[in-house]
Unconditional design. Structure first.
Length: 81
């Protein structure tokens, strides 16, 4: 679950954007932090960081903050790579 912050665009009418009315095909801005945390927990990938330098930093942090994972989870994460 994520929190909707704002309606950014609606093809039908700017009035719907001004009043922040949710309709089908509206483009909304969300608070992505809960989604990022869920994604990190499920897939082991930190969203929002780009490039190889970010991956190197993530690898160092992962080694430092290595939490116990079952053998099944380790194999599942390796299969997803």
């Amino acid at each position: 679950k994520v929190r909707i912050l704002d309606v950014v665009y609606n093809a039908t009418s700017n009035e719907l954007v001004r009043t922040k009315t949710l309709t089908k095909n509206s483009i909304v801005q969300i608070d992505a932090q809960p989604y990022k945390q869920w994604y990190l927990k499920k897939y082991g990938v930190d969203l929002g960081k780009k490039g190889k330098s970010a991956q190197k930093k993530d690898d160092k942090k992962a080694e430092e903050e290595q939490e116990k994972k079952s053998r099944h989870v380790i194999f599942k994460l390796k299969a997803r790579e």
